[in-house]
Design a protein around this ligand. Sequence first.
Ligand SMILES: Cc1cc2nc3c(=O)[nH]c(=O)nc-3n(C[C@H](O)[C@H](O)[C@H](O)COP(=O)(O)OP(=O)(O)OC[C@H]3O[C@@H](n4cnc5c(N)ncnc54)[C@H](O)[C@@H]3O)c2cc1C
Length: 465
Amino acid sequence: MRDISCKLLVIGAGPGGYVCAIRAGQLGIDTVLVEGNKLGGTCLNIGCIRSKALIHAADEFSRVTHFASGGSLLGISLAAPQLDLARTMQWKDGVVGRLTGGVAALLKKANVKIVTGWARFRDGKTVEVETEIGVQVVRAEQVVIATGSKAVELSALPFGGPVISSTEALALNAVPRRLAVLGAGYIGLELGTAFAKMGAAVTVIEALPRILPQYDAELTRPVAEHLQALGITVLTGAKGQELTQAKDGLVVEQADGSRVTIEIDKVLVAVGRSPATEGWDLEAIDLDMDGPFIHVDDRCRTSMRGVYAIGDVTGEPMLAHRASAQGEMVAEIVAGKRRAWDRTCIPAICFTDPEIVVAGLTPEAAKAAHIDIISDVFPFRANGRALTLESSAGFVRMVARADNHLLLGIQGVGAAISELSAAFSLAIEMGARLEDVTGTIFAHPTLGEGMLEAALKTLGHAIHI
Ligand SMILES: Cc1cc2nc3c(=O)[nH]c(=O)nc-3n(C[C@H](O)[C@H](O)[C@H](O)COP(=O)(O)OP(=O)(O)OC[C@H]3O[C@@H](n4cnc5c(N)ncnc54)[C@H](O)[C@@H]3O)c2cc1C
């Protein structure tokens, strides 16, 4: 096979790598993208899109089940619904297929050459790709490492048999009757909630004292309350230890040190993700590391000249939109544009029920940074649109500098609040002040009015509360 030479080689076609390759192609850079698995990476194939599709299906099933139970105040009643999870998964695969097909078309339009196979570094400018028809050598002037991350495995509960990662959970063809979820981070809670809505008896086991430990308790309280309403058992301060011999029980050490056995059909281990730094001869290029992650500067340059790294492999927050923003920036740098990472805000969303959005600094983070702040919340129970949607739990919270009212953070929890994340991020990134928000007309009746009212309330003159 003849060697390929190119200006830019991107390794990994997740939202970091494929966005980088498309932008590079648009800028006329001769680009090769190597992917060992499927275009779209974790995000499209086993992460964001699959999980949100499953969450939507679970929400729909839960809604009609609620109608069938006679519990709806809307006067809607139904016969008991059935769920055919295999068909749900087929539909979900169709959504994923449409998106990955779209990525392939966009790469083609941008003249990016795709090489399918696993890349290994020979040196900082050369990789060998194991393709189906042999080893393809690719030489490049510049290289972008976008190899992503993988699910953390517990040595006492290795994947296999009833012990699954999010990848297998998103491909189940039947709802497990009894599901234990290890880890109450966003992945564990999103999937645990979806399976509970589809009829599984779910137990969530979290080693730390509360769910979603990276978020403040004020934000997570409505989620904790709803988990309880859904009948999900949450054991905090507890650790999953091992399977019973018959593999139908999970031994759990509880907060007080006592051990209980929970009956299970599946155990979903969702205790975090680690950077994918193995299997491609990182040693051959000996890059500086930040703990387990590849160290990068504000231009995503690694310690080796001409080698960049983007996305999950470079650290937290491991989110698709951060990877894409880094990818777009690196493509422009390679094209000779002056770019550096200057973003103030990387929003994070938990697609739990209700949803949580965190953009910018929380009050705790601002105080920890010794910034004098003003902050207040507006509850959705005083928002007309929330009431018409039967979802009055939650609030929007503003965090602003006390001296000039510059917005430092906007957070919220509530049904469908994920769609407000764009407005939150835009306001922070554009350097808006509370008065810029209150000087904007928000359409009525919308959940977005919660943002306006939260700004008014922080200034001391909310109208609707
Ligand atoms: C269940 C789940 C739900 C998630 N939900 C969200 C969400 O709602 N929002 C959000 O922002 N993020 C979410 N994430 C995280 C998100 O998927 C990642 O942050 C994102 O995919 C990272 O993008 P990336 O480009 O860095 O890497 P990845 O998407 O992991 O892509 C890396 C690619 O590199 C390929 N690769 C690795 N090594 C090689 C090699 N040697 N040769 C060739 N190819 C290689 C891999 O096959 C993979 O396709 C979720 C993740 C999971 C698991």
